[in-house]
Each structure stands twice: as C-alpha cells, then as structure tokens.
Design a protein around this ligand. Structure first.
Ligand SMILES: [Zn+2]
Ligand SMILES: [Zn+2]
Length: 346
C-alpha cells in the first residue's frame, strides 16, 4: 500500500475534499479497498486506480464514492452508501473510484444522489448490463450524450432577441416578436435544433428514450446559469391526456423535473391541454397561433404572483408557450418565462 500525498480538490470552490488519498498498488489491494478497515478518518480516503468499471462497495462503515473517468471528471457520485451495501455497479466510462468517509461530499453540491434503495440499485445495475446507455446523438455505446455530440451542439449565441431569445443579425430592442408574444415575459432556448441535438430530441420524444432527459436538462441548466434566468418554480407544457397515455410520458415534464432537481427549484404541475391540437409541424406562424389559442388551462394550486419557468423540448415561433403563458397569467402567475432545449430557426 502506497501512502501517496494526493489531495482531492473541488475545482469550483478550490476547497480540499480530502487531504490524503491512499492508493493500493496491487490488483488484490485494489479489490479489497477499504474492506479491512473499521473506519476512515475525516479528510482521508482511498483512490482505486485503475478500476474496471465494475464496482462493489462493501465496507463496514458508510462512505461517499466518486466515480471518475480517464480525465478525472466525475461520472457518478454516490453519497452515504450504507455499510455492507455490496451492490455491484457497472459505471460506464469510470476508470477510478475515490472512497471517502460518508458526509465528505455534502457541502459541495455535487450533482447526485444518495445511494439508491438497494432493490433499485440492483435493477439499475442489471439494466445497464442488459441495455447499456447509448448516445442520443450518435449512438455510441456507454454514455447518454457523448462529448463529441456535446461539442457539436451549437449553443445559441449573441446577439439574440431580448424577448424571444432567437438569434438575430444585430443587437437591437426586438425582432418583431412583441406583437405575438404578449404574455410570455421571455423565451429562451439552449441550443439550435440541428445536428446531434435534433437526433437526441427525436429519440427522446418518439423512441421512448426517457433517460435522455438527464443530459438534455443539463443543457437547460447550463443556459440558466449563463443567462442568469431566475424563477420561483418550474412547470412544463402538458400533452393532451390521450397523447400522454399513448406515449407513456410527457417529454416536457421529464425535462422540467430533471431541471428542477439540477437547480434545486420546486416543481408545480397543473397545466392541462384541453384540446388534442394537431401537431404544429408544417403550419405557418399564424396557423400555429390559432391552432393552440385557448388550448390550455391551469388546474393546479394557487399561483399567487409566483414567477414560473415553463419547460418544453423545442420551440419554433413560441406560440405554444405563449398560449401556456396566457393560461398561467389568467390563473395569477407572475412573470412567465418559456424555456426550451432547442430552437428551430425560422
Ligand atoms: Zn454522441
Ligand atoms: Zn424576438
């Protein structure tokens, strides 16, 4: 066992997560890891490097575990893994594991979760084994949205229309959207509807690829941070009940809930779609507007001037979101900001 003077530093805050990391050198040492220990001092941890993507956490005391990829980026975080947990995980793309005393990761807002309930963890591990994740953009095995596709996802750039968020030629007060977007306070989209993102959104919506909600909501969260958009709660564009039942889920709701989890905002549901309006695809601007006019109603809790983000997967003219904003305002909402993963260029 080599006592290395390795430190684990949280890049965003510069704080040291662990003063000392031990690194077992032999295959058996890596396999045993912390199993022989009765406890671990605060600030101390174990670095299992390399590991082979299959992990079993089987300790006498609770730990936090970080799974890192080849470039030391965090792939998965498990907090407070209970003693003798022992579930075998397959973490795709993980090349190292750092094991720390339970609670070490609490102050750092890292983007995961307590260790899932035992039965779900076993199920997840089995599912990953049977149905390994595939990139929604290019189909690559082992990840939901790969680095290459992330790089080729074109984020919308300035100058954008302050009101509707569309890319415009010159920065100026508006793009002429004011007349048709009256009730939406603002509309923002993360990226252009093209390339790998278009493919991923299509698979997310029409091929039942629900887990894509995670990487797609991450694009929303990034945009939220870049634009400094603030709201008190998150809701989503509803599907008509008949369509939701035939699809099995509402893609906008999955995105909204995932975004809420990422940025720790409450969700509030209650928008309903009164008419099963025909798809907007292929309609011109005016028809889109009349197609969805009065199609929504709020049937949720009191909104009491709260500001809301309304999440959807794709926006074109913003007519659907404008109609939702109308229903929300009529029910007493404060500012209503439409927020979509992608924007179709008109
Ligand atoms: Zn890809
Ligand atoms: Zn505009």
């Amino acid at each position: 066992m080599a006592k290395l003077d390795l430190q684990l530093v949280h890049v965003a805050s510069g704080e040291i997560l662990a003063q000392t990391l031990e690194k077992p050198r032999t295959f058996i040492g890596r396999g045993i890891g912390l199993m022989g220990r009765a406890s671990l001092r605060p600030g101390h941890g174990m670095l299992i490097d390399p590991c082979n993507g299959i992990h079993m956490l089987f300790m006498r005391f609770p730990i936090d575990a970080l799974f890192l990829d080849r470039f030391d980026r965090v792939r998965k975080v498990y907090r407070r893994v209970p003693p003798w947990y022992g579930v075998v995980w397959l973490v795709w793309g993980a090349h190292k594991v750092v094991e720390l005393p339970a609670g070490s990761l609490d102050p750092y807002g890292l983007p995961e979760v307590a260790a899932p309930p035992y039965r779900r963890a076993v199920l997840d591990a089995l599912l990953d084994l049977l149905l390994p994740p595939r990139c929604g953009g290019c189909g690559r095995l082992g990840i939901l949205y790969c680095d290459g596709c992330r790089r080729r996802t074109r984020r919308l750039e300035e100058p954008i229309c302050r009101r509707c968020g569309a890319e415009v030629e010159h920065a100026r007060s508006g793009c002429g959207c004011r007349a048709r977007l009256r009730r939406l306070t603002r509309l923002r989209s993360a990226a252009a509807y093209e390339g790998p993102l278009e493919k991923a959104l299509h698979r997310f919506k029409y091929e039942g690829r629900r887990p894509l909600a995670r990487p797609l909501a991450l694009l929303l969260a990034e945009r939220l941070a870049v634009d400094g958009i603030a709201a008190e709660a998150i809701t989503w564009v509803p599907l008509h009940e008949r369509r939701r039942r035939s699809r099995g889920y509402n893609q906008a709701e999955l995105l909204g809930r995932e975004l809420a989890r990422l940025c720790r905002l409450p969700v509030v549901g209650g928008l309903v779609r009164l008419r099963d309006t025909p798809p907007q695809v292929g309609l011109d601007r005016l028809r889109r507007q009349t197609n969805v006019a009065g199609a929504f109603r709020w049937q949720g809790p009191e909104l009491a001037r709260r500001s809301l983000l309304v999440v959807d997967d794709v926006a074109t003219t913003g007519a659907t979101l404008e109609s939702c904003a109308g229903a929300l305002k009529a029910a007493g909402a404060g500012a209503v900001i439409g927020f979509t993963v992608a924007r179709v260029k008109l």
